[in-house]
Write a protein that binds this ligand. Structure first.
Ligand SMILES: [Zn+2]
Length: 329
């Protein structure tokens, strides 16, 4: 091969390598230079199924403490997205102090309401009526517009049996009247009996804006103060809200200090109020016996709408004159 031919071959080789380089670069474009992916098909996000549970036995007959807890567990299984069960301590005899929380857990900025019964254990109609409230609101959630929007905007803690050691036979807990066992401004360091103290600690943890404590009997709505005869700073709110509640259910409105004609010291309604909650006591029904089916239905039918009204209106009140005491240690 002549020298000229060799040079031609070398030139051809160099030229072809150049061409190959251009072709290689074209087929290996870097990722970020790719055009954006355009979806031509619409993305369909399925709306979540609205919550509407079937609740068995929404208005149970009278239940003892163990059966009350079992009923709550059953409802919790039937309505898992709007209920929670928990405990907040133990009684002196080692029984769990339990609550059921009812709320739409997906919603935020909800006012907190606490509804209790049977701090006096021998007032079982209060527990039975409160159990009917719980079962009914779970059953009606998704069907009844008023109840649905209430559960969407409120965080409600129900404690159907506050004093399980006494339920359903005794007013006293550990030898004292539990509704005279709260600290007062006369005895701010008072150490309450275990279930009453546990209730105070639970209250301070969940910080209710409003409280109903269910008692029996007399068909009364009792407002602060219990421990003094002067009007409380929220008297006009009590007059307006509890006055309307009274019109709805037929229960008589009264200040707690008026019920025995003399101030009551160490009562829960004052303690809750002084700690910032718009609180009342509801004295259910005509007697303190084990309630019959008819007793429960009658009390439920009289009061249910008025309690829904309370749950809506009471937490909106600005409670005045808060004085927060130290907890006894
Ligand atoms: Zn009572």
């Amino acid at each position: 091969m002549s020298r000229t031919n060799i040079l031609i071959v070398i030139n051809l080789l160099i030229f072809n390598l150049g061409l190959f380089g251009v072709a290689y670069k074209k087929s290996h474009v870097r990722v970020e230079q790719l055009p954006p992916i355009v979806h031509t098909e619409p993305i369909i996000i399925k709306p979540e199924e609205p919550i509407n549970y079937t609740i068995s036995n929404p208005k149970p007959d009278y239940l003892n403490n163990e059966s009350t807890f079992e009923q709550l567990v059953k409802w919790n299984k039937e309505a898992p997205k709007i209920t929670e069960i928990g405990t907040y301590g133990k009684s002196s005899r080692g029984k769990d102090l339990y609550y059921m929380r009812v709320t739409n857990f997906k919603k935020e900025n909800k006012k907190v309401v606490m509804i209790t019964a049977c701090i006096h254990g021998n007032e079982p109609l209060a527990s039975s009526t409160v159990m009917s409230y719980i079962g009914t609101i779970l059953d009606q959630y998704g069907d009844d517009q008023q109840i649905t929007s209430l559960i969407d905007s409120r965080d409600i803690y129900f404690i159907p049996v506050v004093s399980p050691d006494s339920y359903p036979n005794s007013r006293q807990v550990d030898g004292v009247d539990p509704n005279r066992d709260f600290p007062t401004d006369r005895s701010p360091d008072k150490k309450s009996v275990p279930p009453v103290r546990a209730l105070q600690e639970f209250f301070l943890k969940i910080k209710p804006d409003a409280v109903i404590s269910g008692h029996t009997s007399g068909r009364l709505l009792l407002t602060p103060w219990g421990d003094r005869t002067e009007l409380c700073p929220n008297e006009s709110d009590y007059k307006r809200i509890i006055g309307e509640m009274s019109d709805m259910c037929g229960y008589r409105r009264m200040r707690a200090c008026q019920i025995y004609g003399t101030p009551i010291y160490g009562g829960e309604v004052d303690w809750y109020y002084r700690h910032g909650a718009f609180s009342i006591v509801m004295e259910f029904g005509p007697h303190q016996n084990i309630p019959s089916r008819n007793d429960i239905d009658k009390e439920f039918n009289m009061t249910f709408k008025s309690v829904l009204f309370f749950v809506k209106e009471a937490p909106e009140v600005q409670v005045q004159n808060k004085s927060i005491w130290r907890m006894a240690s």
